[in-house]
Structures are given as structure tokens and as C-alpha cells.
Design a protein around this ligand. Structure first.
Ligand SMILES: [Zn+2]
Length: 250
């Protein structure tokens, strides 16, 4: 199983984390092979099996995993004792200070974001696509760190996994107008064919604005659409699986 770790987060001994790829699962095309999402048309026993394989690989209990019914919102859910693997909440971010409770975000082009405050021992994950960044989900997650756990922005580490980069994310007129209205001209790149949107530039600006430091922010280099053989990419393939970002306090 080919997974990636964050250079920022891998130095912390008491968390488990990873970003997955397409590699190491049992699903068949077009979900081959490590598809982790149940809602994309894949055989659910294969998805279940993939979750089991990942849990074994990362050494957590599969049924302790908390994932989401992602809806392109900015809703952040604070994990409850009653939450479970079988009935994920409708939300786009999860936060917890519970140990042995892995949090997962699933993506195919959207940005999978992992957060960690090693001082207060709090973790979070977020799903940030265009709608998520337009609604500033990053700020919503950080507000939860501040309000629910008394975290300080300067202590929080943020790792953003592979997602669609500005090279491949061409957007139409309406989205260009919306971005301009939101003061995000800086993230629009004009090419001959039209405008391209830089989601990562928006995420970075939003994090810095809330006080997260440069040194604690990391972006994966790879574009999911350019590297469609490694990652699931909705824009490249349409019907496809989802890879994940996952993090757990030990
Ligand atoms: Zn690209």
C-alpha cells in the first residue's frame, strides 16, 4: 500500500496520519484499487475491505474511524461519543481531542486538510473544494480549535494533501465573478483558454489570516488531475473513487 506522510506531522510520535493513493486496495476499475467512499457506485463489500486494509496498515480499529457524508458545506462537527463508522454526519470537517479515534476526509481533486495542535492535543480534518474555500471552511475549523479547545493559532500545524492545482482547475465565468466578489482575484490565473482557480493559494491566505504560521503550513506538490495514475481525480475521470487524509491521536 502506497501512502504519503506529511513532513510536518511525521515528527510527532503520538499521532498516526496518512494520505492514501489509489494503490493497495481491492476495488475494480474505475475505482481501482483503494477507493474509500461508499457513495460513488463501488461495491460496498470492496470499500469495506479497503477500509479494513487501511486500518490494519495504520494500526487503528476500523470501526473506530469517523468519516463524513461530505456536502460541500462549511459545517464542522465536533465528534460525539455516539458517532460511529456506520452513520457518518453530514458535514465537511471533523474535530476531536479523543484518542484512538481516527478522523477521515475523502477526496478526488478537493483538498484534504489535516490539522494538529500538539499543545492541547486536538486534531481535525477538512474537505475543501471550491465551495468550501469560498465559505472559508478553514476559518470555521480554526474557530472550533479556539472556542472549544482554547487552542492558539501559533501552535496549530496544517498539512494539505494532493489536490487539483491551478494547472488543471479551469473555471467558468460565474465562478470567476464569485471569486472576484469574495476578493479572491489573487487566486485567478488568466490563460489563453480562460481562467484557472488556485484553491491552495486561497487556503494558504485563509490560514495565515487566522494566525497559523508559515512554518506550520504544508502543501503536497502533486496535482491530482496531472497525476491521475496515482490519485483519484474527478475532473480527469468523472466516475472514480476517493482517496483520503486520515489522522488519529494515540
Ligand atoms: Zn494539474
Amino acid at each position: 500500500m502506497k501512502i504519503y506522510q506529511s513532513n510536518l506531522l511525521k515528527n510527532f510520535k503520538n499521532i498516526t496520519h496518512a494520505f492514501t493513493t489509489k494503490d493497495g486496495g481491492v476495488s475494480k476499475a474505475p475505482y481501482a484499487t483503494l477507493n474509500l467512499a461508499f457513495h460513488v457506485g463501488d461495491t460496498s463489500s470492496d470499500v469495506e475491505h479497503n477500509h479494513q486494509l487501511l486500518a490494519q496498515h495504520l494500526k487503528y480499529e476500523k470501526n473506530s474511524l469517523i468519516h463524513m457524508k461530505q456536502i460541500h458545506s462549511s459545517h464542522v462537527h465536533k465528534v460525539l461519543d455516539t458517532d460511529n463508522f456506520e452513520s457518518p454526519h453530514k458535514c465537511d470537517a471533523l474535530i476531536t481531542d479523543k484518542k484512538e479515534t481516527p478522523l477521515m476526509v475523502m477526496v478526488a481533486d478537493c483538498a484534504p486538510i489535516l490539522f494538529y495542535d500538539p499543545i492541547n492535543r486536538v486534531i481535525a480534518v477538512a474537505h475543501a473544494g471550491r465551495e468550501g474555500v469560498f465559505q472559508n471552511i478553514v476559518k470555521k475549523v480554526l474557530d472550533m480549535f479556539f472556542e472549544e479547545y482554547n487552542s492558539k493559532a501559533k501552535n496549530i500545524y496544517v498539512s494539505v494533501g494532493a489536490n487539483i492545482k491551478v494547472c488543471c482547475y479551469e473555471v467558468g465565468y460565474e465562478i470567476v465573478e464569485q471569486a472576484k466578489k469574495l476578493g479572491m482575484e489573487y487566486a485567478l490565473k488568466k490563460q489563453k483558454s480562460g481562467f484557472f482557480l488556485d484553491i491552495n493559494a486561497i487556503v494558504k491566505k485563509q490560514l495565515l489570516k487566522e494566525g497559523v504560521t508559515h512554518e506550520h503550513i504544508e502543501f503536497a506538490d502533486e496535482c491530482t488531475c496531472c497525476k491521475r495514475e496515482t490519485y483519484f481525480s474527478y475532473r480527469a475521470d468523472g466516475t472514480t473513487g476517493r482517496f483520503c487524509g486520515v489522522i488519529m491521536l494515540q
